[in-house]
Design a protein around this ligand. Sequence first.
Ligand code: 26Q
Length: 768
Amino acid sequence: MKFDKKNFLSEVDRILRADYATELGSATKKELYNALSKAAMALAYDDWNREKNNNKKRCGYFSAEFLMGRSIYSNLLNLGILEETCEALRSIGKDLNEFEEVEDAALGNGGLGRLAACYLESAASSALPLDGYGIRYRYGLFRQTFEDGFQHEEGDDWLKWGDPWSVRVDRDAVVVSFSDQKVLAVPYDMPVFGYRNGVVNTLRLWSSEPVEPFDFGAFNEMKGERTAEENFNATKITDVLYPNDNTMSGKILRLRQQYFLVSASLQDILAKDKAKGRRISDLPKYHCFQLNDTHPVIAIPELLRLLQEEGLSFEEAFDLAAKCFNFTNHTIMAEALEKWDALALSELLPDVYRQIVNCQERIQREGVDPDKFFIIRDNVIHMANLAIYVSAKVNGVAEIHTNILKKDTFKNWCELYPDKFVNITNGITPRRWLLLNNPQMAKEIDSLIGTEWHTDLKKLKSLKPHIGEMLSSFKRIKEENKKKLADYIKEHEGVEIPSHFIFDVQVKRLHEYKRQLLNALSILYFYNGIKDGSIEDFPPTAFIFGAKAAPGYYMAKAVIKFINEIANLVNSDEQVKPYLRVVFVQNYNVSYAEKIVCAADVSEQISMAGMEASGTGNMKFMLNGTVTLGTLDGANVEICEEAGRENNYIFGATVDEVSQVKKFYCPREILENTIGLKRAVESLVDGTLKDDSGMLQKLYESLLTGYEPDRYLVLYDFADYVRVKEELLRDYGSEAFDKKCLINMASAGKFSADRSVKDYAKHIWKIK
Ligand code: 26Q
């Protein structure tokens, strides 16, 4: 592939003429976006085709979520034509930045979905044969707005700008059968470009359609209603992404989605092998499958079923499945480990259910204790147990998380199969999360240590001797990024934040365990202190939040309301305005994250210890030179190992302390004995903040009453949090502080997703 400006523009022009009856001079933004993307796709066709037809063993990454974000810039970057395209457009009076209006592909909720996207990019960039298999949701994660401080959800029409980075492959469509319906699964393939290496892998997203085109005959014979209904049901399966993060919904439509995804993918893979003349017993020679949490675990009984349809015995099929499947766990929370009602599943998918029963019987034949090892119990199917039983490897996503899995969550299984359990610490792609989102900083690094770090992030450590000379440019670039973010926030949220303020950021899904509430209470504490004079010379700080709450998650929505009311209080108070600002940005997504991550001074990673499996936002901030204010949870632990605890701000109960404290915990006692805490908490109910909904009252009660008051130790950790946070804010501005930022950046090498996927390839997938 070679880029030639003239040829490229004439190719774009040709596509505009053929597909849109227009030309370069008169095309709309949307037309230009589509034609330009297609022209770039054409450049990579040969590479893509070669990858599809080689004979390597490949890994299929099965995931209900791929949070891809915007493709155009990262694809052009990886194809090595970002600057060239920018220049070509400029020569005809257009601006590549105009495509910032293009919607994100938000086909995921949060960490788990974004991780899948990073791994696809990193695998292609590391020339590893990894393909994604997922669902082409018609509507992605809802679009969020605030009205009177409350979250509102709207449908996410992500295809509004078209979908030029996908190719519909009708010849590969397959039928997926449920007991009550048959639907057609049609694949849309997205190329995944390696970073300037000519490798193109595939993300295959399945869309559901009626098997038969709309039946006008039946419609005319007055069966119209039923026919329309059938069509409606078929498309409905892939209509919308479930907006839950770390909680179960147990809805049958979700089970349909999961089965649809894995059945289509496995049928497709088996059919292609057959067409290539491969023996079915060679399946593990050519394939392995990574199950991204429990969501696609129904792939296991589906493969067993398909193999037996091909004439294999159950034991033969089991042997192959046990060599192909691996399982990643992303959470220890019981409410997120998927379970299905056995009756419901057996009604929807009787043949698949039989295979689950076969697995259950097989493990009982092994003579193990049925109280410790079960897949079905009390008419509930435990998908995590099924995954562990059949998978070759099971992995957690950070050291501390894997240790908890082994010692606690899956203790029994680990004793039975000690070699199955491995850790693969998460990672992020440095292309999107430094080169692309922070180009000035990337250039600065290039000028000091060259460009090898683009594909070998450990090389960043050679920045260490340059930290002194880098200080001033680091500060200048951070300041510019902050100005840009402040402008964007002013325009989109209507809140002014002066760029000389400290930008203290907490962006992630809204969940009680992540403790946005702790952050909020600390702001009220500072507010009260500044007002009554007990806190002097407070360093001017803007607290920036971004988070979506699952639409049915009452407490999470209450926290959003709370923070929005704090923002109203603080931002309109002339006395504290010189010291404090609060903003909760609307519709936080991948593209917003790109703007925020490069502009943050403080990265808040404050989950109750033991709850956050890994976190990956923490890594993005670190890579961009931001210190972590956090607990010893998830990958924060490893961030401290890499960058030094003294270069971050760590507070709060550790995992061991949490389990001790919980034995005799009395939040009221803490409330009474912690300076400033009571006043901050009382703000929820004393009329300081406006709320007619009763939400703030409920938040108050969650901290102090009920079966397990203050389940996530917000009050317990408050004093230490505020102490360390104030220390951090007062350190800000010193040279020592800037050095900490740069040491973090220089120490981020471990957290490259390139390292993660290579670990998977070597220890789990056995692919080259
Ligand atoms: C389950 C059943 C029904 C409906 C929805 C769900 C569901 C959906 C999404 C359950 C969990 C999720 C997402 C979990 C997730 O994102 N976990 C995060 O994974 C990251 C990548 O490993 C970690 O860094 C985070 O710590 C973890 O919270």
